[in-house]
Design a protein around this ligand. Structure first.
Ligand code: FNR
Length: 387
């Protein structure tokens, strides 16, 4: 068969291969408001830059003469088998980037056998996303069961519990409670653009279709009324470990906490939840924050294999995926790059971003002497002084 490289030499990518070019092209294609929302970070955006720099301090130390002629990308996360270690991070309001929004992303996930984490503030309902992902996986003759997780933003007990029940029914296999965003950060670019996506009808679908919300607003609520409910539900910084315990009791789904950076929080999460996502929200919450990659190893040590450790914030290349696995991640989430793909070429753009990244990761495995994603260990990387 042909390799991804042959395919690419024949013009087989709808999106640029270089991650910076990909980001630049997508930014250029967007209106100022959506652009600010996608690329922005907190205050000076130092944490966004630091997330990338951190990868430069970890270098891969290849092994040679170990047969890597066939490779196994599969990884295990809790009780689930993922066909490869790159999942799609929860990114809200994808109608900012493409008319088909999360439906396009769900189809790309289904076609590529990629796990999908759907945001609470998606522009397509969680049920419709599930249908699209399943249909695309089936059309592609995929043998694996599509994997999808639901990312919960705390929306008060009643609405949160309702969405969790819906996610269970729609075949989501884990809940990812985001704990680093009780309120959104001071995002200079976004604030300067004076653009509020909710006010333009983006990101409301899960609320607009929720029975608890409909009980209040009637069966066909207008965007303005829904946006008012969302404004009321979201943004509660009183969220604490008691709420986590409360949620834990209400569902049989594994509960992962997203945005854990401190090893003490990670140790506690391993006691009361089912996994952690090491993440600084792509540098969007706190400026001057530790790079997510620099938080990974201490968290992995604190968790000590009791629960899965996922990672995001700054993943751009195959070598990045490899380095995160080496430092203790069981799988990684990809954020902005797939939304850039969505912006430039819709479903095919997301598909190609994932395929390109996976192909580059595959070659990194092959050339570094690791035949399986799960065999990438701490020995595979070395920390160097800033280069
Ligand atoms: C996000 N992120 C995010 N996280 C979350 O839990 N729920 C959400 O709705 C969103 N929405 C969102 C929108 C946009 C435009 C971005 C860029 C990010 C954070 C996301 O899940 C992830 O943590 C980061 O995007 C990962 O960093 P990279 O890969 O973008 O550097």
């Amino acid at each position: 068969g042909t390799s991804r490289k042959d395919d690419l030499l024949a013009g087989g990518s709808t999106v640029p291969l270089d991650p910076e070019t990909l980001a630049e092209r997508a930014a250029a294609a967007l209106d100022p408001g959506p652009r600010a929302y996608l690329v922005g970070g907190a205050e000076t955006e130092g944490s966004v830059r630091e997330n990338r720099r951190a990868f430069d301090r970890w270098r891969i130390r290849p092994r040679v003469l170990r047969d890597t002629s066939t490779r196994d990308h599969r990884v295990t996360v809790g009780d689930e088998r993922l066909s490869h270690p790159v999942a799609l991070a929860p990114i809200g309001m994808q109608s900012l980037y493409d008319d088909q929004a999360e439906e396009a992303t769900a189809r790309a996930a289904g076609r590529t056998g990629t796990a999908l984490c759907l945001s609470t503030v998606s522009s397509v309902s969680l049920e419709a996303v599930a249908r699209e992902q399943d249909a695309a996986a089936e059309a592609d003759g995929g043998t694996e069961t599509p994997v999808r997780w639901f990312q919960a933003y705390w929306s008060g007990r009643e609405v949160t519990a309702s969405m969790v029940r819906r996610a269970e029914r729609a075949g989501y296999s884990a809940l990812v409670l985001t704990v680093d965003t009780p309120v959104t950060g001071w995002r200079t670019r976004e604030l300067s653009s004076e653009y509020v996506p909710f006010d333009h009808g983006h990101g409301l679908a899960n609320y607009a279709s929720d029975p608890v919300v409909r009980e209040r607003l009637g069966d066909d609520p207008d965007d303005e009324a829904v946006a008012a409910v969302v404004a009321e539900c979201l943004g509660d910084a009183s969220l604490d470990w008691d709420d986590v315990a409360w949620l834990r009791e209400r569902t049989a789904l594994p509960l992962y906490l997203k945005g854990v950076m401190h090893p003490d929080d990670a140790a506690r999460a391993a006691d009361v939840a089912d996994g952690v996502v090491v993440s600084n929200h792509g540098g969007r919450q706190v400026d001057g924050e530790l790079a997510a990659l620099d938080a990974l190893e201490p968290v992995a040590e604190a968790v000590d294999n009791r629960v899965p450790v996922l990672f995001d914030s700054g993943i751009r290349t195959g070598a990045d995926v490899f380095r995160a696995l080496a430092l203790g991640a069981d799988a990684v989430l990809l954020g902005r790059p797939y939304c850039s793909g969505l912006t430039l070429a819709g479903e095919d753009g997301v598909r190609d971003v994932v395929r390109n990244l996976r192909a580059a990761f595959d070659l990194t495995l092959e050339l570094s002497g690791y035949a399986a994603a799960e065999s990438v260990d701490r020995e595979a990387v070395v920390r160097v002084a800033r280069g």
